[in-house]
Design a protein around this ligand. Sequence first.
Ligand code: NDP
Length: 398
Amino acid sequence: MGSVLVIGAGGVGNVVVRKCAAVPDVFERLCLASRTVSKCERIAADLPRPIETAQVNADDPAQVAALIRKFKPDLVLNVALPYQDLPIMDACLETGVDYLDTANYEPRDEAKFEYKWQWAYHDRFREKGIMALLGSGFDPGVTNIFCAHAQKHHFDEIHTIDIFDCNAGDHGHPFATNFNPEINIREVSANGRYWADGQWVQTAPMEIKHTFDFPEGIGPRDAYLLHHEEMESLGKQYPEIRRMRFWMTFSPSYLTHLRVLENVGMTRIDPVVYEGREIVPLRFLQALLPDPGSLGPRTTGKTCIGCWVRGEKDGRPRAYYVYNVCDHRECFREVGSQAVSYTTGVPAAVGAKMLLSGQWSGPGVFNLEQFDPDPFLATLAEWGLPWTETFPPYEQTW
Ligand code: NDP
């Protein structure tokens, strides 16, 4: 059906390429490119069919454009870091090729993630006749699609959305992050934010906590209110929503480590001078922490990510909880990565299929909830992430 250039050979890139390589009738040709080409070659050597590999510095749009001209993909699938979103979108514009990513752009010098920088490309993508699909991971990604599915099939009107992201896995390290440490720590140490009655309400980091009882044997876990990017696009798509919040679980040990690291300045993202040269403490910390890609063989337990939606159907109040549960060990057995990389990489591959097959199309820059959720969710379940829906009582005290 088409050719895909995947950029980024980290934990998520590994899953994307393995899943795409397993479906040759959709992904005819694949190229995996990254800053460190040996990582691409290591992944490629372990695949059931040959793919191309390349070295690229995706901070440089000219290098990405040159690689696109050489490989001639139908789609560039960006699973490098959020810093590379804009240069890769620039290269897609220059060469007239579709674009997909899993995380929205962040400037390096400010821990702030917003869609405004990428949405600003909409007119240029439309004029060029190409498409960008933003945030096709799990959250953002599947969470947006869960809400679109709720709106399409179960509600006339949505009142509240609560997104719960639980990683109940155990990797055995005193402290490690499940995806890129720099991006993860920037996200969780930022102020919280939620949508209420037409405006954003800011909270201090980890200020609001709720103990949520997760399904399928996971049980009660402390979840903390964070800002998360899908709330921005969902708020635009469904302006009638009265309240929208995002919650992520953290263990007491993770939070204690994080607090100490923050207190001693190790999570700072501004450069400090050390022995005559500038270093960014958070990047130095990343060099010391376990590589998320190495967590796969030692992680046990499950993840559970889902949306708790409340609203009205046929004039009656209704609550709806839709979620996926994913087992770290099973993911590792299948693709050699833990469930956080798996739950991001599979939806990225599914999003790529939606574009290549023409099931989702249109020139411009889009988020997932702007498209029909049905073909995406059908493929998601088929490719390894089945989902469950329940109808709990409407009453809610949290
Ligand atoms: P990793 O750090 O494991 O991998 C990132 C990869 O990108 C590395 O191989 C790195 O190269 C490469 N890279 C970094 N900078 C450049 C550059 N300038 N040019 C080319 N390649 C570069 O991260 P993950 O795989 O864990 O995460 C990938 C993406 O997925 C991130 O953007 C993350 O935010 C997103 N994500 C999204 C989620 C969702 O649900 N939506 C959940 C989890 C992650 P090198 O090996 O040389 O360092």
